[in-house]
Write a protein that binds this ligand. Structure first.
Ligand SMILES: Cc1ncc(C[n+]2csc(CCOP(=O)(O)OP(=O)(O)O)c2C)c(N)n1
Ligand SMILES: O=C1C[C@@H](O)[C@H](O)[C@@H](O)C1=O
Ligand SMILES: [Mg+2]
Length: 637
């Protein structure tokens, strides 16, 4: 056998450069590059291996392990899971910082290769710097915290273990039904230990991402359900986007009058201007989508996980009469809501179903247009909300007094409502620009209001809704789409939580734009507490002497070297957006927006929350009663 003597880290770096994917006959390398933060755990092993043999890998120095992993996740998500970045970290806190990112990748089914260093296999220097010690087991390390959040997890304590581990990791990451984070923890002494590897291990390897086809039984069953239905509605989930099912969805929808409604992950699989696209479903959905879903007698879930928040899946449908048909590559997902499962690729399944439905028409008829028109009037109203110093009628009602609104307007020196600002942005940036968001009140506003006129320009991480994803993720977007403008749509809370990769973007001259909505608080959580009968408690950003905080984020951005703007009126915002388009360097537009000016829920959308069963507060008691009533008609599983 021909062998080559390499260290474990050298072997890993050599192997990942030979991994290719083939999709619909197109072949390309799977690993684009590696994000790194070196510490004592990986600088000598991994650092040396990368320095000696980077090949075509793009090597990027991150600033926070979670941040760089979020950038890698956003890259993979934007590339529709066809390409990834790997992430190498040191041991202990370096790897612990990956925990949140691993959860984000897992919840969103996004492939990413995490490579945290581990404690010594020899155990000779134990406890090495940053090693935690458990009394009941010496085998536990920080990296065990990544086990429940990884789709594949392994610890390498011998150089030769690497071979079977890597093959399994790439199998998992390239399988649409189980794509997610693969974590390979490598003992820091073993990174540098050498072995005579079989040269065959490093030959080019192609992973075929084939479209799983539906069988005849599945197709017959699905067609029968649709033909028997009067009002079917298609829920377009993330799986539809990854499968690139746009044309198939448009065809089935147009030919048979079946409206489309979108989840956060599915939005922009089909452009918003498609006439049968009724927009977001669920708590954060449009009135049009929610009304259609309530009337549906068949829900066709295409690549959706039916998360309760994004689809109101347990309460919005009429479970007495509605049937479910789930098309999903994951059998586990396809089983949900007692559906008829079709375990197959979204695009292939819909393409096969289209001719089988010949002669069918739903009974939606002109109702689709009517729902659409009604919603567009509402959307237009939300684009023109203006603040008044007297009798202001905010979207989120009965929370703040006029006096309090005026206090915010004075403290933040603004009268700008959030929906007005957001729709100004939608009108002003180029339609092929890509926006990204993850947490706070903005995802809801976006799912309802944002018109994504170009496919795959709406990027929402709403599986984990992880604060801090936005700015880091924007760097990943830019790496995936270097020729397009990319915009983080981010709240002040999320920005404060993590924006370290803003500096990485500036460092490598990757132009990103940050649109910072500063309402001086955790606005959406403040809405929740007040909606459910509590007081305004620790969700506003106030000083010890109760003053509303006014932070100069533009100055922070300038300090980093970005071009910064302050825009507290529609005119200032438009002009900042236009100017930002002409900049070569990254930009930040700070908008002070008034609280309670985000959108509210529509038509029966409801979220099952942990309301206290007993409380001296009357509002909480009422919320508990409402919850009990809602649960009477909610699906229990
Ligand atoms: C990492 C993380 N921690 C906590 C939360 C819970 N959470 C969701 S939204 C939110 C507040 C967001 O505030 P901000 O970004 O300012 O957005 P706003 O609601 O004010 O628009 C919090 C704390 C979360 N989603 N992610
Ligand atoms: O608790 C939450 C409420 C949602 O409105 C928000 O978008 C999300 O980030 C969250 O964690
Ligand atoms: Mg906020």
């Amino acid at each position: 056998m021909e062998t080559i003597r390499l260290t474990t880290a050298q072997a890993l770096v050599k192997f990942i450069q030979q991994q290719y994917v083939s999709i619909d006959g197109e072949e390309q390398p799977f690993v684009e590059g590696i994000f790194n933060i070196f510490g004592h755990g990986n600088v000598l092993g991994f650092g040396e291996a990368l320095e000696q043999n980077p090949g075509n890998l793009k090597i990027i120095q991150g600033k926070n392990e979670q941040g760089m992993a979020h950038a890698a996740i956003a890259y993979s998500k934007q590339m529709l899971r066809k390409k990834i970045y790997a992430v190498t970290t040191s041991s202990g806190p370096g790897s612990a910082n990956l925990v949140t990112a691993a959860g984000t990748a897992l919840a969103n089914n996004i492939p990413i290769l995490l490579l945290p260093a581990d404690t010594y296999a020899t155990r000779q220097p134990d406890p090495v710097l940053q090693q935690v010690e458990q009394e009941h087991s010496i085998a536990i390390t920080t990296n065990d915290a990544l086990q429940p959040l990884s789709r594949y997890w392994d610890r390498i304590t011998r150089p030769e273990q690497l071979m079977s581990s890597l093959i399994r990791a790439f199998e998992v990451m390239t399988a649409p039904a189980k794509a997610g984070p693969a974590t390979i923890c490598i003992s820091q002494d073993i990174e540098g230990e050498a072995f005579d590897y079989d040269v065959k291990f490093f030959e080019k390897r192609v992973h075929y991402i084939d479209r799983r086809l539906p069988n005849q039984r599945e197709l017959d069953g699905a067609a029968e359900l649709i033909k028997a239905s009067k009002k079917p509605v298609i829920v377009v989930g993330g799986g539809a986007k990854y499968s690139e099912a746009r044309e198939a969805l448009i065809e089935i929808s147009e030919r048979y009058d079946i409206p489309l409604v979108e989840t956060q992950a599915g939005k922009s699989a089909v452009e918003s201007s498609f006439k049968n696209n009724l927009g977001g479903l669920g708590i954060t959905g449009t009135s049009a989508a929610n009304k259609a879903a309530q009337q549906a007698d068949l829900i066709i879930g295409v690549g959706t996980r039916y998360t309760d928040f994004a689809t109101s899946s347990k309460t919005i449908f009429n479970f007495e009469k509605t049937k479910f048909l789930n098309i999903n590559v994951s059998r586990m997902q396809a089983y949900k809501l007692d559906a008829f499962p079709v375990v197959a690729d979204a695009k292939s399944t819909i393409e096969a179903l289209v001719p089988m439905l010949e002669g069918y028409k739903s009974e939606f008829g002109t109702l689709i247009d009517e729902l659409q028109e009604e919603w567009l009037v509402e959307r237009d109203r939300l684009s023109k909300v203006t603040f008044t110093r007297e009798n202001f009628d905010p979207e989120i009602k009965n929370h703040f007094s006029q006096e309090l609104f005026n206090e915010y307007a004075d403290a933040l020196n603004t009268e700008l409502p959030q929906t007005t600002a957001l729709l100004t942005i939608n009108e002003t940036i180029n339609p092929d620009s890509i926006i990204i968001c993850a947490a706070g009140s903005l995802p809801g506003d976006l799912q309802r209001l944002w018109h994504a006129e170009v496919p795959n320009t709406y990027h929402l991480e709403y599986g984990y809704s992880c604060m801090g994803y936005e700015v880091s993720g924007t760097l990943g977007l830019k790496l995936a789409e270097p020729d397009k403008e990319v915009y983080a749509i981010v709240g002040d809370g999320s920005f404060l939580m993590l924006h370290s990769e803003f500096i990485t973007a500036l460092q490598y001259n990757k132009k990103i734009n940050i649109l910072l909505f500063d309402n001086s608080g955790y606005g959406c959580i403040n809405n929740l507490q007040l909606d459910y009968g509590n007081g305004s408690y620790f969700c506003e950003f106030r000083t010890d002497d109760n003053q509303i905080m006014n932070i100069d984020y533009a100055k922070v951005a300038e300090g980093y070297g970005a071009k910064a703007y302050r825009a507290n009126t529609v005119e200032e915002l438009k002009s900042a957006l236009e100017d930002a388009k002409n900049q070569d360097r990254s930009t930040l537009i700070e908008m002070k927006v008034l609280p309670k000016t985000m959108t509210d829920g529509y038509d029966g959308s409801w979220w099952n929350l942990g309301v206290p069963e007993v409380s001296p507060q009357e509002g909480v008691q009422k919320s508990y009663e409402t919850k009990q009533q809602k649960l009477q008609n909610a699906k229990q599983y």
